[in-house]
Design a protein around this ligand. Structure first.
Ligand SMILES: [Zn+2]
Ligand SMILES: [Zn+2]
Length: 233
């Protein structure tokens, strides 16, 4: 039998010593990690969130991943294992339980910390544009009768919400009612164009497209506003 090994600080007998101390005494004076600021933006209008420069759908998993990237090890663990458990307090406030473990001088150590953070509430660029009636195109629904146009409007809304999931600008900025149909002001022409193609196919109508010069963008490229008239003969 060899000598009993013990903690120099509290005297507990153990073979698991780090720099002469038991894990508990070692962790009293040494932290394994720190958590840096979590910086995530949430658009209060469309509910999308931005991590770094990328906007995407609200996603708890992505928030957890971002938190784990903010865990900064202060001690070299072999290998470090990071476990995040995220608890939403509100839609924008979170408590993260962060558990870091790994081997240090052959001893398995583990430390748990709680980190509270909030998503920054903002308005994304497309949503800012939409509040000022920004529109790149107009879809005119003229299905023959008002009730048929109403049906077409419902279908168009569904198609647009699919586009909105990808691009917030593909929203209806304003609806103008006419005696037998509707004009939909759409923020994004790309989204409007795709929706018009789908409506043409579904209702077997060919859209009549016209365009109007509305100015230049920042790079000097001319900008047009497109009007798609879906009119049943
Ligand atoms: Zn001790
Ligand atoms: Zn938005």
């Amino acid at each position: 039998m060899g000598f009993e090994r013990f903690c120099v600080k509290c005297g507990v007998v153990t073979d698991s010593l780090i720099k002469g101390k038991c894990q508990k005494c070692f962790l009293e004076r040494n932290e394994l990690f720190e958590v840096r600021d979590v910086n995530i933006e949430l658009c209060v209008k469309c509910g999308k969130m931005r991590i770094k420069s990328k906007w995407g759908a609200y996603n708890l998993e992505a928030i957890g991943e971002e938190v784990s990237k903010k865990v900064h090890l202060l001690i070299n663990l072999e290998p470090p294992k990071i476990n995040i458990s995220l608890e939403p307090i509100t839609e924008t406030d979170f408590d993260a339980e962060i558990k870091v473990s790994g081997f240090l001088e052959g001893v398995l150590v583990e430390e748990t910390k709680h980190h509270s953070f909030s998503l920054n509430k903002v308005s994304c660029d497309p949503c800012m544009k939409l509040v000022s009636n920004y529109r790149e195109s107009i879809i005119q629904l003229r299905a023959g009768s008002l009730s048929e146009s109403e049906y077409m409007f419902d279908v168009a809304k569904n198609f647009l919400s699919e586009e909105q999931a990808v691009d917030s600008l593909s929203a209806i900025v304003k609806t103008v009612k006419s005696p037998n149909g509707f004009d939909l002001w759409i923020g994004s022409n790309k989204g409007a164009y795709r929706v018009v193609r789908k409506l043409e196919k579904l209702f077997k109508i060919k859209a009549i497209t016209s365009k109007k010069l509305i100015g230049e963008d920042r790079s000097g490229k001319v900008k047009y506003r497109f009007t798609y008239c879906l009119k049943k003969k």
